[in-house]
Design a protein around this ligand. Sequence first.
Ligand SMILES: NC(=O)c1ccc[n+]([C@@H]2O[C@H](COP(=O)([O-])OP(=O)(O)OC[C@H]3O[C@@H](n4cnc5c(N)ncnc54)[C@H](OP(=O)(O)O)[C@@H]3O)[C@@H](O)[C@H]2O)c1
Length: 273
Amino acid sequence: MKEMIPTYTLNDGMRVPTVGFGTDRFKGAEGTLTIKQALNNGYRFLDTAYAYENEATVGKAIKESHVSREEIIVSSKLPEVHHPYDSAVPAIQESLYRSGLDYFDIYLIHWPDPEQDKYVEAWQALIDAQKWGLVRSIGVSNFHPDQLDRLKEETGVLPVINQIQTHPYYVQEELIRANEEHNILTQSWSPLGSRMADDLLENATLSDIAQQHSKSIGQIILRWHLQLGYMPIPRSSSPVRQSDNLNVFDFELSDKEMTTISSLAKPDGDIYG
Ligand SMILES: NC(=O)c1ccc[n+]([C@@H]2O[C@H](COP(=O)([O-])OP(=O)(O)OC[C@H]3O[C@@H](n4cnc5c(N)ncnc54)[C@H](OP(=O)(O)O)[C@@H]3O)[C@@H](O)[C@H]2O)c1
């Protein structure tokens, strides 16, 4: 029997595991197997998106797994092409048809696309989708503080989550402060730097800290996210690393270690520039 993952409580009362599983790039038969392995390894939160073109894979993995639907939090995202209200509602329904699920637990706006400037319409569609029972909770991704303020001013409803790129080379302090002020959970995408942040997973400072705790660098980074109150959603195709990434609750980083890790931030740490 796998140990239960501790939970965070979102600002609407929903409880989510403190570590989730990123599913980007997992598609088809191999992807289904990988996601089933993740569920078998104890993950109970799956992050997908309309744009990943794998909502069907996620839904199939859930159906074929030994875990009941009610135990799993499934989170998907609306792409910018469907921000206009009349396009957003059918897109959410289409997401559901693809996944074969009756509802999503969480649905996010993937990014605000400020040039198009239709994200408030998209937010209204998510608010209505929640009322109609298509989704249980609603949030955003890659939103800046002024964009969060605008959602609140124009609809009165704040997101439960803001999913943003965060890892030790990229610490988005101002944005995270705004999330905290609004009681919005910071969910960290590419929490391990996606193997694109050069040398993060071989960093000498992190390696020293890892040795002190008899843990891997990946586990040290994930623990750093948790102690800051963020929810990392690491992706791994390896059953061993999937397990390792959940095995982060039996040790604690000191204040000094936390500060040292945060000080690794680089001005060019954004992996997508
Ligand atoms: N909202 C957005 O705009 C946005 C953007 C990007 C990503 N995301 C979400 O965030 C999720 C995670 O981000 P990501 O997939 O970019 O990157 P990530 O989780 O930071 O890193 C994944 C990479 O790290 C490796 N890895 C995993 N665990 C490891 C460990 N313990 N030690 C060493 N290497 C390890 C994986 O390789 P192996 O498979 O070989 O283990 C893979 O190459 C995505 O899957 C997606 O759901 C959202």
